[in-house]
Design a protein around this ligand. Structure first.
Ligand code: NDP
Length: 786
């Protein structure tokens, strides 16, 4: 027995075990196994598999493996409930969400203990972070349900949402997905993670308690096969997935061409940047929260520390000393810092990756961990930027430590990853911190903080960390759609243009031969071939037959124009106004040109006039479509900044050749993107006439690049190109499917629509929805106060 003076000397503390008996007796009552939660009731348990508590290896429950029949029944029950649920007023739905929030609070301790038993994460975290955030999420979204008709006028729910969640924050991920879906009037089929299904099942009980109408929420247990069956089912209208980038890609391909909106929250390799003027003690505590929170099993974990060379020795010394004080062990102990790794399979994965890191030259400093499914907190030094530990998501308590000299180096290192989920910036100089926050490519940036979440702020990634946001207005919007006000007829499939036999660029008798427009210059097509463009009396001109090479050149030029994205909204507005004025001066010429391509004079005039109006409208929006400051936690301002996406590929519809092009390209460039556009393949010449207008309007070289030719073939190259960040496609249904499937490589954002359905001459042809597509939101959390 230590004496009081011994205890005061080493400030050691004894165990403070949470009482788990209430949860254990609930589990014992259900020892026969759990069924799925479908149509407001639990099904009979069948085809059971064990759920183990990772901290002890003991089986805590048996749950059912969701087979195709269970998936089908759940979807049918969600479908049957959807119309009635959507028909309730937002106010009525809000009442259910408030009730859920209250019941989560009433059962908070139960849910926290159950989560800890099932997942292995410390009770301190489930009790103080996971469960309170779950309740907060339902309260917040009850508010959105209440306000829906005012805040999202004219918008509608998608229908039946398929939602797939991972094991790292089981109940919280459920809340992030279920709350906005229900608030919007959707019904849900959710597949819980195989390792951690228990709190989702307990949540099914809560849905019963509050009297949620039957079928509005359905919960399936099972493994990846159940998830794949759910995503592949024809009865779903939207998919939201959180998990690995690898499975995200599979789901992207599986949903391609099905007209199903997709939200993907995927992996990360987030930088944690410490500048020389940072409060080093605070930054060390930040690392604890960044990588040792939830055993590092956090998609936005700060897993790459980048520290200024000048303070690296001191910082490293402080960090290592702090790491040695971390207590790893029984997650039900209230004084534990780190609990168990979720499953032995995951533990092996961490060990393998760390082993590889050591083979590649990393040196490790580790804390301690007990026997069993535990991994010690680990710092890896001597890690090259391209090595395994610096590039792969370990999803464990392992952090790399690298130094940098200048802020530019820090940004380059921070961005040298395919991911873009989050970043932490530590500096006492607010100017520097915000400058870096703007330059880091990540959906969330925390200044002098890390891993902060709130229902009012969007969360989600750039690049291969996925697309779509959860939380805040953006997250709510992901569960709503704006139906087209007038539905047109699909365009008939236009034959892909072919080289005019024997017609070389130089040897033509036809009046006009248009080139490509790449990097601000007119360029001959790499193929050396042209194709005829027909008017009312035969071929009226020739357009370059673009190829993969032209697209690649155009993408390179578009990248060089990235400065456009950093120009002020005012600068971009001026250029677009100038463009509008120059186009006005040539109005008659453009009308005649369209008329010469079979278009009735009146229609040609309308098309040019609408194009002009659109130019002025987007010029006006360039400095007005801005972000927001969210009300999140006290002592933080959360800035939701609109940023350009980067290089956007745009494949235009065949009809309305000038207006279709302008309606898509203008919002993209107004928001700071650069564009590689494929104009109408049958009538590209009214767009190629724009070259001179672009040149005389101070549009910087490379901001707009135009490649004429076979739309689907060129779009395929763009959709598969790793340096293209978003792809907008208006064409055939097969083309839409192709673009979505090809985009899976770098998980670019896509907007694929069957051409002809949208009337670009009416209210569906212009608006804030286009600007939303052209931007991504970065949430920057800035603290204030001492
Ligand atoms: P997965 O991406 O495999 O799993 C996430 C969810 O998707 C689970 O519910 C899983 O089911 C389900 N699933 C698996 N395959 C399919 C499929 N083909 N179609 C539909 N759903 C599917 O992640 P893991 O759990 O296997 O973890 C592997 C790695 O992924 C981790 O080491 C980590 O690096 C990363 N990860 C990232 C997360 C993030 O939030 N960014 C979260 C979790 C993991 P089941 O549970 O049965 O496998």
């Amino acid at each position: 027995m230590p004496s009081v003076s011994d205890i005061l000397d080493n400030l050691d503390y004894g165990p403070a075990a949470e009482d788990a008996r209430v949860v254990e007796s609930w589990l014992a009552e259900n020892s026969a196994g759990f069924g799925h939660f479908i149509n407001g009731a639990f099904t009979a348990p069948e085809d059971l598999f064990d759920v183990e508590s990772p901290a002890t290896g003991k089986v805590i429950a048996k749950v059912s493996q969701g087979d195709p029949e269970a998936v089908k029944t759940a979807i049918e029950s969600a479908r049957a409930a959807q119309t009635g649920w959507a028909a309730l007023s937002g106010h009525e739905r809000a009442k259910y969400l408030y009730a859920i929030a209250r019941h989560v609070q009433q059962h908070a301790r139960f849910l926290a203990v159950l989560e800890t038993l099932d997942n292995g994460k410390p009770i301190r975290e489930t009790r103080d972070i996971d469960v309170p955030l779950v309740a907060r999420h339902f309260y917040h979204h009850a508010g959105w349900a209440e306000l829906l008709e005012d805040e999202f006028p004219g918008q509608q729910p998608h229908g039946v949402c398929a939602q797939i969640i991972p094991w790292n924050f089981p109940l919280l991920m459920l809340a992030w997905k279920v709350a906005p879906a229900l608030a919007a009037g959707n019904t849900v089929v959710l597949k819980a993670a195989e390792y951690t299904p228990m709190t989702a099942l307990a949540f099914g009980k809560i849905a019963q308690e509050v009297g949620l109408p039957k079928g509005v929420l359905n919960i399936l247990t099972g493994d990846g096969e159940t998830g794949a069956e759910l995503v592949g089912h024809s009865g779903i209208d939207k998919v939201a997935f959180t998990g690995s980038t690898e499975v995200g890609r599979v789901i992207r391909k599986q949903t391609a061409g099905r007209g199903i909106p997709l939200t993907l929250e995927l992996g990360g390799k987030s930088p944690f940047i410490v500048f020389a003027d940072a409060d080093l003690d605070a930054a060390v505590e930040g690392v604890v929260d960044a990588i040792w929170f939830n055993q590092g099993q956090v998609c936005c974990a700060g897993s790459r520390i980048l520290v200024a060379e000048a303070v690296a020795p001191r910082f490293t010394e402080l960090l290592k000393a702090r790491m040695q004080k971390l207590r790893v062990g029984n997650p039900l102990d209230k004084s534990i810092d780190m609990g168990a790794i979720v499953h032995p399979v995951q533990l092996d994965r961490i060990r393998d990756l760390v082993g590889k890191g050591v083979e590649e030259g990393a040196t490790l400093t580790q804390g301690t961990a007990p026997e069993g499914c535990f991994f010690p907190p680990t710092i890896a030094e001597g890690v090259e930027p391209a090595s395994t530990l610096a590039t792969e998501e370990v999803f464990g308590p392992v952090v790399t430590l690298t130094t940098f000299r200048t802020p530019e180096d820090a940004v380059a290192l921070a961005n040298s990853t395919a991911y873009g989920l989050a970043a932490s910036v530590w500096s006492e100089n607010v100017n520097l911190a915000l400058d870096i926050a703007a330059k880091v490519q990540a959906g969330v940036v925390w200044v002098n903080a890390t891993n902060l979440f709130d229902a009012a702020a969007g969360f989600g990634g750039y690049r291969e960390s996925g697309f779509g946001r959860e939380g805040g207005r953006e997250g709510m919007g992901a569960y709503l759609k704006s139906p087209l006000k007038q539905l047109g007829e699909p365009e008939p499939e236009a034959k892909a243009p072919e080289a005019a036999p024997g017609t070389q660029m130089s040897a033509t008798t036809i009046d006009r031969t248009a080139k490509m427009y790449i990097g601000g210059k007119q360029a001959r097509p790499d193929s050396g071939y042209v194709y005829p463009v027909h008017g009312s009396h035969g071929a009226k001109g020739l357009a370059g037959l673009g190829s993969r090479k032209d697209i690649r050149n155009a993408v390179e030029a578009a990248h060089k124009a990235s400065g456009w994205g950093k120009a002020t909204g005012h600068n971009r507005a001026q250029v677009l106004y100038y463009l509008a004025e120059n186009l006005s001066a040539r109005r008659t010429e453009f009308i005649e040109r369209l008329h010469s391509f079979k278009m009735p004079a009146e229609q040609a005039e309308q098309e040019v006039d609408l194009t002009l109006r659109r130019c002025f409208w987007y010029a006006a929006q360039a400095d007005k479509f801005d972000g927001a400051v969210h009300s999140t936690q006290s002592s933080y301002v959360t800035l939701a900044m609109h940023e350009p996406i980067g290089v956007v590929g745009v494949a235009c519809p065949d009809r309305l050749p000038l207006l279709g092009f302008a309606s898509l390209v203008l919002p993209a460039i107004a928001m700071g993107n650069s564009v590689v556009a494929i104009p109408s393949q049958s009538h590209p010449l009214s767009v190629t006439d724009l070259y001179q207008v672009l040149e005389t309007s101070d549009v910087p070289a490379g901001v707009v690049n135009i490649v004429t030719g076979p739309r689907d073939e060129l779009a395929k190259t763009l959709a598969a190109h790793d340096d293209v960040a978003a792809m907008w496609f208006f064409g055939t249904p097969q083309g839409c499917a192709m673009v979505e499937a090809e985009s899976a490589g770098n998980l670019k954002q896509t907007w694929a629509e069957v051409a002809g359905l949208r009337d670009f001459t009416g209210p569906d042809g212009q608006g804030r929805a286009f600007l939303q597509k052209a931007t991504q939101v970065k949430n920057i959390w800035v603290p204030y106060g001492e």
